[in-house]
Design a binder for this molecule. Sequence first.
Ligand code: PRP
Ligand code: URA
Length: 207
Amino acid sequence: MVLESGSPLVKHMVNTLRDVRCDAMRFRWVLKETAKLLLAEAAASLPLIERKITTWQGGFVGSFVDERRIVCVSILRAALPMQEGILEVLTEAEGGFLAMKRDEQTHESRLYYDRLPDLEGKRVILVDPMVATGGSLSDALSLLSQRGAESILSLNIIGAREGVERVAAAFPDVAIHIAQVDPRLDRNAYIVPGLGDAGDRAFNTPE
Ligand code: PRP
Ligand code: URA
């Protein structure tokens, strides 16, 4: 299921990223804050618990997100600022990492390292700014399911229509909350108009 944001604020953030004048520090900041905006859009599906707290007027029972059942997993590198944003909001959630790199010739992703906590019974928030062919996201979703994740939601910034539809068809139970779906891929499997290479732009590495 693909849920493209209709928020003008999210569009403002995405278009800020598209601007070539957006430097690395601002790029990381916008990724981080946009992840929080997408989390707010996805929040209805997060597990809740009732907790008793003490307020200035005494005892109070209120709803909280069950953060200890949540794991936020990032796909390196470009998703790191998004993960930081999610973990700033859900401070007791766990973090996990999937290191993947797309082969520039075949455009296929390769997992070269993972560091995931126990996912049994956990709700996973998977973050990755870019969904181009959809290969990285599909591989990540397969791995997280194999490791026992109870449910997964995906937060993404820009996707190419064909890649997003490919992932949605293969993983119908996953809610893909995406800021913007762009029309196509170029011959190097880059999203058009997209924003270029998100990892390079976030971390000041040459293309
Ligand atoms: C980018 C991006 C996604 C992937 C999307 O990562 O962050 O993970 O490409 O492409 P796909 O949908 O065709 O798989 P990249 O492999 O460039 O690594 P980086 O973040 O370290 O630059
Ligand atoms: N990875 C990116 O960072 N950008 C694209 O357009 C495609 C893959």
